[in-house]
Design a protein around this ligand. Structure first.
Ligand code: PA5
Length: 480
């Protein structure tokens, strides 16, 4: 378990580890005609103030915002359960999808060793971590090829307790566990995380006397990383979950600021909404310059897409909202996507994430001093190179007139990741308020879930099955 070596309530520590946002390149003054005019920002102030107020009135649907206050009561229980797993298991497997998987994946990648599973338990003190967020049969079979069931603990995570993908995985694993350990042995190999009363997992957990954690009310799947959905897998992998919550608390404080210009999440939301509404930015690229943050972009993509991708039926027709999130990784995608971001259409914003101080330093040694075209790199470090490339890409994108901004993490650690999660969650919630939509439902996702139930014969879905049959294209055309 990572030791808390810093006092995260100290103002000095907080200041030195504060996540910062540089939004200058979103403005006309930096990028020219396709940027946001400061007058647009000024004109938006009343809307921003009102978004802050309406979000405040929705506290019941935003209990994820209070998790740093409510979770500390559970932290000991989570750490005890994590200790049970760490002591007994070689493998910890999360079964879940969407909001029940993307957070754990992002967190592990951000904080743990980048080759955590290869490093071995002697070095990490933690089991290997697998998050199974798909039902590709080859993937499930492959997992079973590499884990020893006797030394594995599964954590099934589903808020609704009914998602077909997760339930199918659970059926497969429970059968294996019962066959091997008998019904009473299931408890030692399966932990449940679900709603307190809704869904089928509640009954299953009772039947097998499972260790069970609750997804609190008012905490939707994609906003659930800082409740047991994310905290248990994090604690199992040795992440300091108190520091995560401390980071979230700090950012919530910064984002409670009434002056919109000083409220980072509100400003980020306002800038993106202006970019969408006035500047045709239908695409939002998130481009971290750190492998550790690669899956934060995946987590963010779900948060932004599922929360804001909505329609509203009005007297004048159907209004549609949302901005398509694109995941990109610096520097890798400089050699794949950046050409589009510089010379392509003005239909996007780019948000870079930079890291000031990486946890490792890798110098670039001298070897080809006789070749000046290569030798200039020697004496620098990969740390310098990756940050220089970020600055260079920011420059190229800005010079080509495309709106961009940069979020700076002084370091990647639990405290800064806690801040980043809260920042993005609040940005999303505020953007929902600015757009006048419900950022906390997902009717499109539910529709897909219901259609799956109907296709596979779940009781109560006969009407849905008829609908599917009636609307299916009769004479399908194929290209080949
Ligand atoms: O954000 C959401 O609500 C969804 O993406 C869900 O997390 C996802 O559909 C999985 O649902 P559940 O946790 O109920 O299995």
């Amino acid at each position: 378990m990572t030791l808390i070596t810093r006092n995260y309530s100290s103002p000095n520590v907080r200041n030195s580890l504060r996540v910062r946002v540089d939004y200058n390149n979103m403005l006309k003054t930096a990028v020219g005609e396709h940027g946001i005019d400061e007058k647009e920002l000024e004109a938006m102030q009343p809307r921003l103030v009102s978004a802050l107020e309406t979000a405040e009135a929705k506290r019941d649907m935003m209990r994820w915002r209070d998790l740093y206050k409510t979770m500390p009561q559970l932290v000991n229980q989570i750490i005890d359960t994590a200790a049970f797993v760490r002591n007994n298991a070689e493998n910890f497997v999360v079964l879940g999808i969407g909001g029940s998987a993307l957070g754990p994946i992002a967190m592990q990648q951000a904080i743990c060793h980048l080759h955590h599973n290869d490093l071995g338990k002697e070095k990490t003190g933690s089991p290997r971590i697998f998050v199974e967020d798909n039902i590709d049969p080859e993937r499930m079979a492959a997992l079973l090829d590499v884990i020893d069931i006797d030394r594995t603990v599964f954590n099934v995570i589903t808020k609704s307790g009914s998602t077909s993908e997760t339930m199918a995985q659970l059926l497969i694993i429970t059968r294996i566990l019962i066959d091997r350990f008998g019904e009473r042995g299931v408890r030692d190999h399966l932990i449940a995380t679900t709603d307190k009363e809704k869904g089928n997992l509640v009954g299953i957990a009772k039947k097998y006397n499972l260790r069970t954690f609750i997804v609190p009310d008012g905490v939707g799947g994609r906003f659930s990383e800082l409740c047991p959905v994310g905290l248990l897998p994090a604690a199992v992998s040795g992440i300091d979950i108190r520091a995560l919550l401390a980071g979230a608390e700090y950012m919530d404080g910064l984002c409670s600021e009434a002056d919109p210009m000083k409220n980072p999440a509100l400003m980020l939301a306002g800038l993106e909404v202006l970019a969408m509404e006035n500047h045709g930015a239908n695409i939002g690229v998130l481009m971290p310059y750190a492998d550790s943050l690669k899956y934060m972009a995946d987590w963010y993509a779900q948060l932004w897409a599922e929360s804001l991708g909505k329609k509203k039926i009005t007297e004048n027709g159907t209004l549609r909202f949302g901005q398509t999130p694109v995941k990109s990784l610096g520097v890798t995608d400089q050699h794949s996507q950046v050409q589009l971001y510089t010379d392509g259409p003005f239909d996007k914003t780019i948000t870079f994430i930079g890291v000031e101080k990486f946890r490792r330093e890798v110098g670039i040694p001298h070897a080809f001093d006789d070749i000046p075209g290569v030798a200039f790199l020697s004496g620098h470090s990969l740390n310098e190179l990756i940050n220089a490339e970020r600055v260079a890409t920011e420059h190229a994108v800005t010079a080509s007139g495309h709106m961009n901004k940069t979020i700076i993490l002084p370091e990647v650690n639990e405290f800064t990741i806690g801040q980043l999660i809260m920042l993005f969650e609040l940005q999303t919630a505020f953007a929902g308020e600015l757009l006048g939509i419900d950022a906390f439902d997902q009717p499109g996702v539910e529709e897909g879930k219901n259609a799956t139930y109907a296709l596979l014969g779940k009781p109560g879905y006969d009407e849905k099955l008829k609908e599917l049959k009636n609307t299916a294209v009769k004479d399908k055309k194929y290209i080949i």
